[in-house]
Design a protein around this ligand. Structure first.
Ligand SMILES: NC(=O)c1ccc[n+]([C@@H]2O[C@H](COP(=O)([O-])OP(=O)(O)OC[C@H]3O[C@@H](n4cnc5c(N)ncnc54)[C@H](OP(=O)(O)O)[C@@H]3O)[C@@H](O)[C@H]2O)c1
Length: 343
């Protein structure tokens, strides 16, 4: 029976479209879809670069305008469009009958009402009805879902790191969780910006959105609250002079010291193929081009109140975007979750 199921997945590929395929996340998606044994890339869309070609798994793919994409002929659509633009296309694709994984923030928790509903279809989607695709924590809600809101890159690393503490209510109520995190420049997207030019970024390191102003905060606050936390998050992102990767250092006040800090994470993520709990502190080299969150935890010395320091690393374009989107699609369609993903 298992053999027959696997055979069916390999022979009957689902048809897949990628909106925003000329962007960083979209290109990564095309590559993963083209290599996925149960997916067939049907279209890849672009805006200003429609008509150009990209390469996916060694073959040339012509980018079409989103308006020309055959949404009605597609089982699954990944939307890697900018926030605000994505919601309308997500609703249109869902109304055309496709399952959709949205990589933008439009349907994520903490982001208010999406700017549109499906036009003319009679179907509309509210944020409340769209499950949040932090796969390891939300798996049951994702199976068979019509639309999934793929998490942001920073929230993926930070929420996976905090979840075991939240599950056991171990974080001091009302206390502030401090997060200092750094991302490579692909996190800012492909659109050229002077501050992201090579000479501005190389051999430098700087903070941005200082003062707790980053747009991922709402998402993290909403999910921490949903998971039972009663905490502020003070989040300071930095720009790293590398192409890809995120490293987050998370300082968490707890009521009582933990005898074996790592045991909690090992227990919760024991059966998770894409979460690695390690004795050694993770670095970007451990995770780049892989669909994993790798983390370690220590108790802080030389402070009066019990405090944990968690360090988590991900590839922003893989577990932080395209990899997790494919992981969620595997769950939606009932494929083995690791299918087509570099562990
Ligand atoms: N980069 C990351 O690390 C990351 C991580 C997690 C989530 N995300 C999310 O994923 C989405 C894509 O991010 P990205 O970094 O890949 O962005 P990007 O590199 O700027 O790419 C954006 C894509 O959307 C297309 N596009 C822009 N405006 C459009 C419009 N009005 N109609 C149709 N297509 C339009 C662009 O086409 P043209 O280039 O042809 O104009 C391009 O293909 C965003 O919502 C982002 O927040 C990104």
């Amino acid at each position: 029976m298992v053999g027959l199921t696997v055979y069916t997945f390999l022979v009957n590929k689902i048809t897949v479209g990628v909106l925003g395929a000329s962007g960083y996340a979209g290109r990564e998606l095309c590559e993963l879809v083209a290599r996925h044994p149960s997916m067939e890339l049907m279209f890849a869309s672009a805006n200003s670069r429609a008509g150009e070609h990209i390469r996916a798994a060694g073959r040339s793919v012509t980018l079409v305008a989103a308006e020309d994409a055959r949404l009605d002929n597609t089982d699954l659509v990944f939307s890697a469009l900018p926030h605000g633009t994505s919601a309308q296309w997500v609703a249109t694709a869902a109304a055309a009958g496709a399952r959709v994984v949205d990589l933008s923030a439009d349907f994520r928790p903490g982001n208010g009402t999406p700017p549109c509903a499906a036009t003319g279809s009679g179907r509309s989607y509210s944020i409340a009805s769209v499950p949040y695709g932090l796969t390891e924590l939300m798996r049951p809600q994702l199976q068979g879902a019509n639309i999934v809101a793929n998490p942001g890159c920073y929230p993926t690393a930070i929420l996976i790191a905090l979840a075991p503490l939240l599950a056991r209510s171990l974080i001091t109520k009302g206390a502030t969780i401090n997060v200092s995190a750094a991302s490579g420049v692909t996190g800012a997207g492909f659109t050229p910006k002077p501050e992201l030019m090579f000479a501005e970024v190389a051999e430098d390191f700087r903070a941005y959105a200082v003062g707790n102003e980053h747009r991922h905060l709402n998402e993290m606050r909403a999910v921490v609250s949903d998971l039972g936390g009663d905490n502020d998050i003070l989040f300071t992102p930095h720009l790293l002079p590398v192409a890809r990767g995120i490293l987050a250092t998370i300082t968490v006040p707890i009521d009582e010291p933990l005898a074996q800090p790592l045991a909690l994470w090992r227990e919760m993520y024991r059966d998770e193929p894409f979460v690695e709990v390690s004795d050694a502190m993770p670095s970007l080299r451990d995770v780049v081009h892989r669909n994993v969150v790798r983390l370690s935890v220590v108790q802080a010395s030389n402070v009066r109140k019990p405090t944990l320091v968690i360090v988590a690393a991900i590839d922003n374009l893989m577990k932080g975007a395209a990899g997790q989107a494919v992981q969620n699609a595997n769950v939606i369609f009932g494929f083995p979750e690791i299918t087509g993903l570099p562990a």
